[in-house]
Design a protein around this ligand. Structure first.
Ligand SMILES: NC(=O)c1ccc[n+]([C@@H]2O[C@H](COP(=O)([O-])OP(=O)(O)OC[C@H]3O[C@@H](n4cnc5c(N)ncnc54)[C@H](OP(=O)(O)O)[C@@H]3O)[C@@H](O)[C@H]2O)c1
Length: 259
């Protein structure tokens, strides 16, 4: 398959992608901002799984960071057979009254960088006749939780459309739409994860495994766990005023909502 490149590989779902892929004897390229943490994760994986692990420190909210990852995706040497666009974060602010800089950072990291790296991957992989792209969206792509929902809706729509365009090329695209997952996400976004029932959380390993499985099958979209499959169905079928009421911005403000 070639190597797998995972963004946001030092924590949560991305870290589990890295371990799962290494356990299946895939070489890896790991991307995140914190260089020290990247080096530690890479060394642990090398020692335990005995695979080659490159690190690529990059801030995907910057043009240079996204381009550096795209360049690695396009490289002929040690070709990338699987691109996982996983890096992402909750904004930790409301749109009204929030910082525009933070909004642009989120848009650049979760939309622009996904576009740039997916573009590089499709050009290169279609030329080779094989490869896969796995983009991490969210159940929030069906809700109305501010610009985070909008970014994840973009990832989901873009990836499903890309999957259809790629038919017959030997390359696949999959959108992964998890519900709540127990990671550093909520703490980083200043969200109180204890506001939800414990059973509402999936483990990052479960989510990563389901995502990789769907990717192997070439599924255009997958929502892990029965709970969130049901939530997705409800959000898709409910009239918009109902969605606004049960999964709109006010719900986030009062009690927190799935990001
Ligand atoms: N946790 C949930 O409940 C949940 C639910 C649905 C979807 N998701 C999505 O799942 C994905 C993974 O989130 P997670 O829950 O695993 O979060 P996490 O534990 O906070 O991990 C985030 C990872 O992304 C990296 N990252 C953040 N900003 C970055 C940037 N600008 N450039 C490069 N790397 C960056 C972080 O490393 P550095 O800080 O070192 O860069 C870290 O490795 C995200 O796209 C998130 O939106 C999460």
């Amino acid at each position: 398959m070639g190597s797998a490149l995972v963004t946001g590989a030092t924590s949560g779902i991305g870290l589990e992608f890295a371990w799962e892929l290494a356990a299946e004897r895939n070489d890896l390229v790991l991307v995140a901002r914190n260089e020290k943490r990247l080096a530690t994760v890479a060394e642990n994986i090398r020692q335990v799984a005995n695979v080659q692990v490159e690190v690529l420190p990059a801030d995907l909210a910057t043009e240079s960071g996204a381009r550096a990852v795209a360049e690695r995706v396009s490289a002929e040497e040690r070709p990338i057979g699987l691109l996982i666009n996983n890096a992402g974060f909750g904004l930790g602010q409301e749109f009204i009254g929030g910082s525009l800089e933070r909004e642009l950072e989120a848009l650049d990291a979760m939309v622009r960088a996904v576009l740039i790296t997916s573009h590089a991957a499709t050009q290169t992989m279609v030329g080779r006749g094989y490869g896969a792209i796995l983009n991490v969206a969210s159940i929030a792509s069906w809700s109305l939780n501010g610009t985070y929902s909008a970014h994840k809706a973009w990832v989901r729509t873009f990836t499903e459309g890309l999957a259809a365009s790629l038919k017959g090329t030997g390359v696949s695209a999959t959108a992964l739409c998890p519900g709540l997952v127990r990671t550093e996400f909520h703490e980083r976004a200043h969200i109180d994860a204890d506001a939800w029932f414990r059973f509402a959380f999936s483990s990052p390993r479960t989510v990563a495994r389901i995502g990789l499985d769907a990717c192997r099958k070439g599924q255009p979209i997958v929502t892990p766990t029965l709970l969130y499959k049901a939530a997705e169905l409800g959000l898709r079928l409910a009239p918009r005023p109902v969605v606004t009421l049960v999964a709109g911005p006010n719900v986030t403000k009062l009690a927190g909502a799935p990001q």
